[in-house]
Design a protein around this ligand. Structure first.
Ligand code: NDP
Ligand code: GDP
Length: 340
């Protein structure tokens, strides 16, 4: 008997990789999204799996749509990946972020509780919940200190997941994933923005691009490996919380330096503060400038995760370091490069 998995946020980065992984494991995959125009599923098309998924429309703001889908299929596992997932947007759209990223999870948990409490539930929790960090390396028990409406909505959903686990005996698991990137990452996130920007400069489509705080540090892993951890969490005997991270942290500036070095661009940093910029050594032409418009009202300066529990209990470990990840992203960006 094929197992059935429902993935919310199928059109996103993790939704695409997770669907690919589960299809290989012989799951029937139901993917939910909020649009009727399915032509935007470029990620699923790129992975060659678009026609292997059963699509259902399910806006996370609408409990009746959620109930309809849960009544229609006999579901074994739910991966709740849908969210307003961009920290920057959460400052300009805090209400929508709370409604989708926070209350969206509650709507699903309530549906599971009332329709079939045997369904296993995965919540896409985030390292952003640690915010202004209270411990040098963040583990499952590190206190949370969120710094954005996005992170606060994720904290709400994280605690609800624990609460439904404890109160109703639902198999509700929370994966606290640190930043994970890939060629399928959304263009607004800093890693993909940098790579697209550099490739466009090399293709002479633009002269320069702008960034915000290049001194923030993140623990970046490879999304394709991280979705496997999600599945492993739901195969355990008991639901729990797990940190998924590489245990290494780098600044945005480090990321740029690795990327320009892989692309053999002869560049250097000049200036300080808002005047700091990346220029070509010879021509002095500017490639990257700082623009305060990309600074956040409150920043998460550094994140670094300790995934020892996942290593021990899930036998999961990261395999791709940042330089290798950057190579994967750049090679793909060049391969699929299309002029606007
Ligand atoms: P994406 O932004 O790529 O995908 C988010 C998905 O949510 C998209 O499919 C989007 O659909 C969908 N969505 C947004 N709003 C709604 C809505 N109102 N109703 C239904 N669906 C909606 O995120 P990722 O794949 O990168 O991340 C997956 C999850 O993991 C997210 O919850 C994210 O917050 C979380 N996370 C991600 C991390 C990362 O580094 N990638 C780190 C930690 C947690 P549409 O295409 O229509 O916009
Ligand atoms: P986040 O960790 O989920 O917020 O992932 P992002 O990729 O959006 O941001 C990572 C870090 O990069 C944050 O500290 C941002 O402030 C910083 N950053 C600097 N410049 C930019 C930019 O132009 N865009 C984005 N998205 N982030 C930037």
């Amino acid at each position: 008997m094929k197992k059935t998995a429902l993935i919310t946020g199928i059109s996103g980065q993790d939704g695409a990789y997770l669907a690919q992984f589960l299809i290989k494991k012989n799951y029937r995959v139901i993917g939910t999204d909020r649009r009727s125009a399915r032509s935007v599923n470029w990620r699923l098309r790129r992975l060659g799996i678009e026609n292997k998924i059963i699509f259902e429309e399910m806006e996370l703001g609408e409990i009746y749509e959620i109930q309809r889908v849960f009544k229609k299929y006999k579901i074994n596992e739910v991966y709740n990946l849908a969210a307003q997932s961009f920290v920057g947007t959460s400052f300009s759209s805090p209400l929508n972020t709370a409604n989708i990223t926070g209350l969206g999870s509650l709507r699903i948990l309530e549906t599971i509780r009332s329709i079939d409490p045997k369904i296993k539930f995965y919540q896409a929790s985030s390292s952003e919940m640690f915010g202004d960090i209270l411990e040098k390396r963040q583990k499952e028990k590190t206190p949370l200190n969120p710094q954005s409406p996005y992170a606060i909505a994720k904290v709400f959903a994280h605690y609800l997941t624990k609460n439904y686990r404890n109160s109703y005996n639902i198999f509700a698991t929370s994966g606290i994933l640190f930043n994970h990137e890939s060629p399928l990452r959304g263009e607004e996130f800093v890693t993909r923005k940098i790579i697209i920007g550099l490739v466009k400069i090399l293709k002479k489509e633009i002269d320069y691009f702008e960034l915000g705080n290049i001194y923030a540090k993140r623990d970046w892993g490879y999304a394709k490996e991280y979705v496997e951890a999600m599945w492993k969490m739901l195969q355990k005997k008991k639901p729990d919380d797990y940190i998924i991270s590489t245990g290494k942290t780098y600044s945005i500036k480090d990321f740029i330096n690795f990327a320009t070095s892989y692309l053999r661009m002869d560049v250097k940093w000049v200036g300080k503060g808002l005047k700091e910029k990346l220029v070509y050594k010879k021509s002095k032409k500017t490639l990257i400038k700082i623009n305060p418009k990309f600074f956040r009202p409150s920043e998460v300066n550094i994140l670094i995760g300790d995934s020892a529990k996942a290593k021990k209990d899930l036998k999961w470990r990261p395999k791709t370091d940042l330089k290798k990840l950057i190579k994967i992203m750049i090679d793909d960006e060049i391969k699929y490069y299309v002029k606007l």
